[in-house]
Write a protein that binds this ligand. Structure first.
Ligand code: KG4
Ligand code: ZN
Length: 343
């Protein structure tokens, strides 16, 4: 099935054309980041307006880049949630309009589900696996038994990992979203220079907490105002990043041990982080657990990743679960809704 995929959950307007849920013919991402950077974070109202301007041109671009016409499209898939409600509504309305107008089936899929499955566009990963979703809004551990079968194992009790990166970046004057800049500065720093705390590291749960870590960075900056100077910033970035990575790896390792899974997928924007990739690789070598990362373009928000669940649901006649955008949509809800439908 040739699918048109549309993603507008946050600050990227994206469209893709994917064949049979695996072969990406085109993937276009139009970012609004420069506009939101002025405000130090995503402004929901601006995001909706920018999606409205961009969504149809981005769809046209994806169709052209795939070398096809709209008449070749056999199904549509769109992000239903989670995300900003106004932003989601733009993509959902566009997808509904295209699907209704052309008589095509529509699958409304979960953004986090798409992140977890994005790796399947590039690599074979057998089920079951443990998945760590690390993005600007999520830091969740799941057991993935198959497409549509998810169990939440743990999650952040406050900030998401990406949010922590972005907030620390803001504290030291790096524009939003600062995660990637912290990553590159950290490469020249000493990760042992500053002993930041590791919240919840030994609490026996699979949950995360990052807000205290961010406050520790703030307190350190108050005590050492020169810590954000060009000479010392790499040490601060490396020390902060080391703390985040240690927490992510330790909890993911505990989830692997608890479930007995021998495969771990790391997904979402923070999965681009070089320190995390390195630390996960080390965990893989030590434990024998295979660790899978999508390539950076598929870690960040994109529409191609929607094709994996979208194609799966459409080919089983499980198109639109509902017709509205859903800003809060835990993955376990999908599993409950699909109980007994999937074989
Ligand atoms: O998945 P994503 O593109 O959008 C959301 O669904 O949130 O993730 C964006 C997040 C931002 O917080 C950004 O700072 C972070 O991913 N990020 C990184 C890196 N690249 C992106 N964080 C740390 N290191 C990176 N290299
Ligand atoms: Zn995302």
């Amino acid at each position: 099935m040739l699918l048109l995929c549309i993603e507008t959950s946050c600050d990227e307007t994206a469209a893709a054309v994917v064949r049979d849920g695996r072969a990406v013919l085109a993937s276009i991402v139009s970012s609004q980041i420069d506009i939101h950077a002025e405000y130090g974070g995503v402004v929901p109202e601006i995001a909706s307006r920018k999606h409205l301007e961009a969504v149809l041109p981005v769809v046209d671009k994806a169709i052209a880049a795939a070398g096809i016409t709209m008449a070749d499209i056999e199904g549509v898939t769109v992000t239903r949630g989670p995300g900003l409600v106004g932003a989601l509504l733009v993509g959902v309305s566009a997808a509904k309009g295209i699907a209704l107008g052309r008589g095509l089936p529509l699958a409304m899929v979960n953004h986090i589900e798409a992140h977890l499955l994005a790796v399947l566009l590039e690599q074979e990963v057998e089920f079951p696996f443990v998945a760590l979703a690390v993005s600007g809004g999520h830091t969740h551990l799941y057991e993935v038994k198959g497409i549509g079968s998810y169990r939440t194992l743990g999650q952040t009790i406050d900030d998401a990992a990406g949010e922590a990166f972005d907030k620390v970046a803001k504290l030291v004057g790096i524009p939003y979203p600062g995660g990637a800049v912290i990553d590159s500065l950290a490469k020249d720093g000493n990760p042992a220079a500053i002993a930041f705390p590791r919240p919840l590291l030994h609490d026996g749960s699979l949950n995360f907490s990052f807000s205290g870590l961010k406050t520790s960075v703030l307190n350190h900056l108050r005590r050492h105002p020169d810590a954000a100077s060009p000479a010392h910033l790499p040490d601060l970035c490396a020390s902060f990043q080391a703390a985040v990575c240690q927490l992510l790896v330790a909890k993911a390792a505990a989830a692997v041990a608890r479930t007995g899974c021998s495969r771990l997928v790391v997904a979402g924007g923070v999965a681009c982080n070089s320190g995390l990739r390195h630390a996960m690789q080390q965990f893989s070598t030590e434990s024998g657990c295979r660790v899978f990362f999508p390539s950076p373009a598929l870690c960040a928000d994109n529409a191609a990743m929607l094709a994996v669940p979208g194609d799966f649901y459409l080919s089983r006649g499980l198109g639109a679960f509902d017709t509205d955008a859903l800003p809060n949509w835990p993955l376990d809800q999908i599993t409950a809704e699909l109980a007994g439908t999937l074989t």
